[in-house]
Each structure stands twice: as C-alpha cells, then as structure tokens.
Write a protein that binds this ligand. Structure first.
Ligand SMILES: Cc1cc2nc3c(=O)[nH]c(=O)nc-3n(C[C@H](O)[C@H](O)[C@H](O)COP(=O)(O)O)c2cc1C
Length: 196
C-alpha cells in the first residue's frame, strides 16, 4: 500500500499518443464511485474524454503547475491523452457543498491509485477557465468542479522532505525531474494537551 500511494504522484507530462480505452476509463470511474460519501449522497458524475479531438478542445482551459512560473504546461506530444470531468450534480446534493468536495477528494484518490496501478498517471486540475463549460451543453444542475488529466507519465516525480515549514513548493531540476516536498511524519503528528 505504501508503495502504490508513494508512486501515485501528480504527473503533468505524458506520452500523448498512447490513448486510454473507454473500458479503462470506465474501470477508473467505477472505483471512484465506490468511495465514502457524506450522508452517502454521492453527488458526483464523471464525463470521460479520451479522443484526441476532444482532448485538444479541453486543454486550453486548464492551468498547470502554478509554482513552475517559467513553464506554460505540457507541449504538444506531452499533453494528456484523456480527461475525466468531475461534475457536481446539485440535484443529488444532500448537505453543504463543502461535504461534496470532501467526497471528491476520496473519489479521485481511488481513481488515481487505480490508474497508477495500470501505469497511468494523472493530475487533478482545479485551475479551470470557467469557459470550459461553454464546450458542452451543460444542464443547470451540473457544475464542472475538477478535471483529472490522465496519460502514461513522461516525467519522473520524486518525493522529498520539506526542509522548513514553508518549503512546500514543488520544483523541477536541470534534468527535468519533478521534486515534491512533503512534511515529515514528525511534523504531521501533533499531541494536544487535554484540558478536561
Ligand atoms: C484539489 C487539487 C487541485 C489541484 N489543482 C491543480 C491545478 O489546477 N493544476 C496543477 O498543475 N496541479 C494541480 N493539483 C496538483 C497539486 O499541485 C499536487 O497534488 C501537489 O503539487 C502535490 O503533488 P503530489 O500530488 O505528487 O503529491 C491539484 C491537486 C489537488 C489535490
């Protein structure tokens, strides 16, 4: 479990020509839908995009790696070969929207773990130009909240430990290796004084 979780990193450069079948996409969504859900409301729906034509239409609306300021996102040939649009269905919302966002974290982690097991990497993208919605005939009860970009990874991503509290920015070295600092276990554990 540790190995697969540690391997399931965010990837942003892919072998674009290696398409992802609809069967595989369905398998991934099938595991997303089994995640825990507040009040078991399950308010998320997923649209699969796995044709080069539609991928090309979606790409310009996505924001990539804010901390890599001199990188404009993956170039042609390195772009995702598929996307999953995560749509919030407000007709199925049972509580506050914040609960639904927790559900989406659970669901997308299932999805990305399952993808990695198939050597498919992904990137959750919340930085979405709202005009993305204009590509689709979107009913009023659906909102595109997150896009998951997918493809066979074309980059190496390694974890490292944060050196200071504020050392959280991922970075890319001269060899193109992407480094992701994570807070140490020691820093993540906390013991509060019990006052009652
Ligand atoms: C909710 C969420 C939204 C994210 N949105 C973006 C995004 O818009 N663009 C992007 O390039 N990466 C995005 N990411 C990826 C994060 O930058 C990435 O998870 C973080 O750098 C840590 O890397 P790791 O996933 O390998 O642990 C998002 C991740 C999450 C969980």
């Amino acid at each position: 479990m540790r190995e697969i979780i540690a391997k399931t990193r965010t990837f942003r450069r892919f072998f674009q020509k290696e398409l992802i079948s609809s069967d595989v996409m369905h398998e991934l969504v099938d595991l997303a839908r089994l995640g825990g859900s507040a009040r078991n409301g399950q308010p998320w729906q997923y649209m699969i995009i796995n044709t080069p034509e539609l991928c090309e239409k979606v790409f310009p609306f996505l924001g990539w790696a804010g901390y890599l300021s001199d990188w404009k996102g993956p170039v042609e040939g390195e772009r995702p070969s598929g996307y999953i649009l995560c749509l919030l269905n407000t007709n199925w919302l049972k509580g506050p929207e914040s609960e639904a966002q927790f559900d989406l974290g659970v669901a997308t982690q299932n999805l990305l773990l399952a993808a990695m097991e198939k050597r498919i990497g992904g990137c959750r993208i919340a930085s979405i130009n709202p005009k993305l919605a204009t590509l689709f005939d979107l009913p009023a009860h659906l909102t595109i909240s997150l896009v998951i970009a997918l493809g066979r990874p074309r980059e190496t991503v390694i974890l490292e430990e944060c050196k200071t509290d504020s050392d959280i920015k991922y970075w890319r070295d001269d060899d193109g290796v992407h480094h992701v600092p994570k807070r140490s276990l020691e820093n993540c554990l906390i013991t509060l004084d019990v006052v009652v």
